[in-house]
Write a new protein. Structure first.
Length: 392
């Protein structure tokens, strides 16, 4: 940490240039001795990234910001709050502490919080910022979390771990064994020090793969914000061997939708139908869960096809996703579509459809935008159809 950045003069400069053009600012150089323009730019860029993701950090004076990559990798305040609502107790250790957002919220529900971070500067930054945020005392350890646990005799109520991928080239679907730390390999060590583990993993991890790699999975939480899946959380309880519950939550502004089910219950029977008056599109957390039949059964809906994952009903219902009023149903390539869409503007969506969005736009000369949402999909007879809709 460069302590010179924490003077009032420098902080005033950072706050005054939050909306400045960073590239132009770089050419001017640093006006301060002992502080490079690169350091100032890092502070400005990272603080800007915190305005929505970490509003408490953004609002607090004299916060020291790490490089933007650390901001991008950390939990948001909303997801950290959600995690802290799931667990509580006397003690918790975060083995991959990072910037410390999760520890900050854990400190509100645990009496003793230990933050392990192998990067010395990031550990110092987290410890300093905790004081600026008036957090309850958090013990910051500059050490690899697994090494710390190996050398410790302490028993914790909970262990929290957020492994990262070793190799970004592995793609979006990966195994926990491909992460660092390798959680499956260290499960025996974790359960020597606790009976309860909370594991945060990438939203791209396959649920079934995660459940197969881990032991004693009790719950899986899928957390989405504004219909984008942000986190998968696995709760492990030592020697647990009962039904696994999948819990989904999608935050939209100050409200949220939830949908929970048991992992092995997705094999329920679903009914199919032609589209009725309303069309339903599950939120991304439910999509991630794979509960495509259960959602129909739960809300007494019909699927319009086996693989479209679109649902329909005669009467409008409250649904954990997006609801549309169906205005018209047309066969593919129908010339009527041009007459229905003003200025040939629409928001195109495809589900289980042979053509891409770009080819549909080119073929039908449709432009993006407007109030209409046009679904190109197939019906239960596997025939391509067009559904012209508006959001309810």
């Amino acid at each position: 940490m460069n302590q010179s950045i924490l003077t009032k003069e420098v902080q005033d400069f950072i706050n005054a240039h939050l909306k400045s053009d960073i590239s132009k600012l770089a050419f001017k150089g640093s006006p301060f001795n002992g502080i490079s323009i690169q350091e100032l730019m890092h502070q400005i860029i990272s603080k800007n990234k915190c305005q929505e993701k970490l509003p408490a950090w953004f609002a607090a004076p004299y916060i020291y910001y790490p490089p933007k990559l650390n901001i991008e990798q950390t939990s948001s305040e909303k997801t950290a709050q959600y995690k802290s609502s799931l667990i509580s107790g006397n003690s918790i250790v975060d083995l991959t502490g990072g910037l410390g957002v999760d520890c900050f919220y854990f400190s509100k529900v645990f009496k003793k919080v230990t933050h392990c971070e192998i990067d010395q500067e990031l550990s110092e930054i987290a410890a300093y910022n905790f004081k600026q945020l008036n957090a309850a005392p958090i013990n910051c350890i500059n050490n690899d979390g697994i090494s710390y646990l190996t050398d410790s005799n302490e028993i914790f109520d909970w262990i929290y771990i957020d492994p990262s991928r070793r190799d970004e080239l592995k793609g979006k679907v990966f195994r926990l064994a491909d992460c660092l730390p390798n959680v499956p390999m260290h499960l025996e060590l974790l359960f020597k020090h606790t009976d309860a583990v909370l594991v945060k993993v990438s939203p791209f991890l396959d649920l079934t793969v995660g459940i197969e790699e881990l032991q004693f999975v009790k719950e899986v939480h899928i957390v989405a914000i504004n219909n984008e899946v942000k986190e998968l959380l696995f709760i492990l309880k030592k020697n647990y061997n009962d039904a696994i519950v999948i819990k989904t939550i999608n935050y939209i502004g100050s409200s949220f939708h939830t949908f929970d089910f048991e992992f092995n219950n997705e094999k329920s029977i679903v009914q199919y139908s032609v589209p009725f008056n309303y069309l339903y599109e599950p939120n991304k957390a439910i999509f991630k869960s794979g509960a495509f039949n259960l959602i129909a059964e739960k809300f007494n809906l019909f699927k319009i096809a086996a693989n479209s994952h679109l649902y329909t009903s005669d009467e409008l219902i409250d649904f954990p996703g997006t609801c549309y009023k169906i205005l018209d149903q047309l066969p593919y390539n129908s010339k009527k579509l041009k007459a229905i869409l003003p200025d040939l503007k629409a928001n195109i969506k495809i589900r289980n459809f042979p053509d891409s969005i770009s080819s549909i736009k080119k073929k039908l000369k449709i432009k993006d935008g407007g109030a209409y949402y046009v679904f190109f999909t197939t019906n239960y007879e596997e025939k391509p159809i067009i559904l012209v809709t508006k959001k309810v």
